[in-house]
Design a protein around this ligand. Structure first.
Ligand code: PEP
Length: 255
């Protein structure tokens, strides 16, 4: 089963509406290479304008977080219904910055994941160990807990549609990326966890690597057979660098 590579830009809490419009316009100005899917995740404030610019583009739109209820008295939250209404195709769930600063737990991540699927959104669920967990050789244990919690109760069909991102916390925004071999090994490990749930579905699940991916190191990751794309933070704020990362994943055939 060939999995089409996916490259996702996480703009985090960056870009005014005008900057978001300019950035997405710069990304869509170039012809995107064939054989790779692309999505951008602006902050909530930029979604409506970016969505209009992407109307006739193959670039998908995603949000950076979602609440699990469809509507109601949840001041400050944004629901999956609202994101779908804006044209979102994806939503990032359980990013380590949400887990670290905003109290996202494994349980919340699971609720958000199920809510996204219930409203036609594809969740991009982030998992990854902190540096202290890595130093204590707890990486596999942490990843197993996070993956099992996020996928609990998902049907085999949804498991196959899920996107996961292995993002070691120590590699995010630090300029200290994992090596391609390390990332490939952990992503293979994540797929083996999914395979215990449903072997066939696990062959369809796209598992990205995230953490200081740049135009200079993308080849290290795109050459690895288990890595199905990248979740890109800092480098996705520069259209030229983001396009170079996309091109890096276009020149490969996945298993
Ligand atoms: C991210 O925000 O998911 C990320 C991987 O950031 P960066 O590429 O800046 O490390």
């Amino acid at each position: 089963m060939a999995r089409i590579p996916l490259v996702v830009g996480n703009w985090k809490m960056n870009t005014t509406v005008a900057e978001a419009r300019a950035l997405v316009a710069a990304i869509t100005r170039s012809a995107l290479p064939a054989g790779v899917e692309v999505a951008v995740c602006p902050p909530f404030t930029g979604l409506a304008d970016v969505s209009r610019i992407l109307e006739r583009s193959a670039v998908g739109l995603g949000a950076q977080d979602v609440f699990w209820e469809a509507a109601g008295a949840f001041t400050g939250e944004v629901s999956p219904v609202m994101l779908a209404d804006l044209g979102c195709r994806y939503v990032i769930v359980g990013h380590s910055e949400r887990r670290q600063h905003f109290g996202d737990t494994d349980e919340n991540v699971a609720r958000k994941t199920r809510a996204a699927f219930s409203h036609t959104l594809t969740p991009i669920v982030c998992v990854g160990e902190r540096v202290d967990e890595r130093d204590a050789r707890q990486t596999e244990r942490v990843i197993t807990r996070q993956v099992e919690a996020a996928t609990a109760g998902l049907s085999a069909e949804l498991l196959g549609h899920l996107v996961l991102a292995y993002e070691p916390v120590w590699a995010i925004g630090t300029g200290r990326a994992a090596t391609g071999m390390e990332a490939n090994r952990i992503i293979g490990f994540i797929r083996s966890i999914l395979a215990t749930r449903d072997n066939a579905a696990s062959a369809h699940t796209r598992i990205l690597y995230g953490g200081s991916v740049t135009a200079d190191n993308v080849a290290e990751f795109s050459q690895q057979p288990e890595i199905d794309g990248a979740l890109v933070g800092g480098a996705s704020l520069d259209a030229r660098k983001f396009l170079a990362i996309i091109s890096g994943f276009a020149h490969r055939t996945l298993a």
